[in-house]
Design a protein around this ligand. Structure first.
Ligand code: MG
Length: 160
């Protein structure tokens, strides 16, 4: 078996006048995440985990935030483009796990919708995508509600 593992991390600041998109889902919240694209922190971490496992660099190299083409881009569209690259390289997703670190909003109620949005893109069943919410126990910038951070791991298999 030819297995590859990747790790991804991302952080975005909260800011006004933006909708909060996380895991491909719009979440009702007074603040959104600031970024060049739609700033979907979870999808960005997942993309970097996939690219790391595939040996294909990182999200900033593939989709530079200086490129107007990616202004307000849907991160799920970027994920779909990454999955195309993986497919061409003969790689398929075995499992993805992730953690969303945020003080607010609560993540758990939105996990089923995130899975419905992301599993078809990743080509996996619901039990092969983990999404867990954690607070930062009030510590640091995340604890003060200034930002969301996400971690993701991806296990890929190269088809024979
Ligand atoms: Mg990002």
């Amino acid at each position: 078996m030819d297995l590859r593992i990747g790790l991804g991390y991302d952080l975005h600041r909260f800011g006004p006048g933006r909708s909060l998109r996380l895991g491909g889902v719009e979440i009702p919240f007074p603040l959104g995440l600031v970024g060049h694209s739609d700033a979907d922190c979870l999808v960005h971490a997942v993309i970097d985990a996939l690219l790391g496992a595939a040996g294909e660099g990182d999200i900033g190299r593939l989709f530079p935030d200086t490129d107007p083409a990616y202004k307000n881009a849907r991160s799920t569209a970027l994920l779909a483009a990454v999955m195309e690259r993986l497919k061409k390289a003969g790689l398929e997703v075995v499992h993805v796990d992730s953690v969303i670190v945020t003080e607010k909003p609560a993540v758990a109620p939105h996990v089923p919708a995130m899975k419905r949005a992301l599993c078809p893109l990743l080509g996996v069943a619901s039990d092969r995508l983990g999404i867990k919410g954690k607070t930062n126990e009030g510590v640091g910038a995340i604890g003060r509600g200034e930002a969301i951070a996400c971690w993701a791991t991806a296990l890929l298999q190269k088809k024979a």
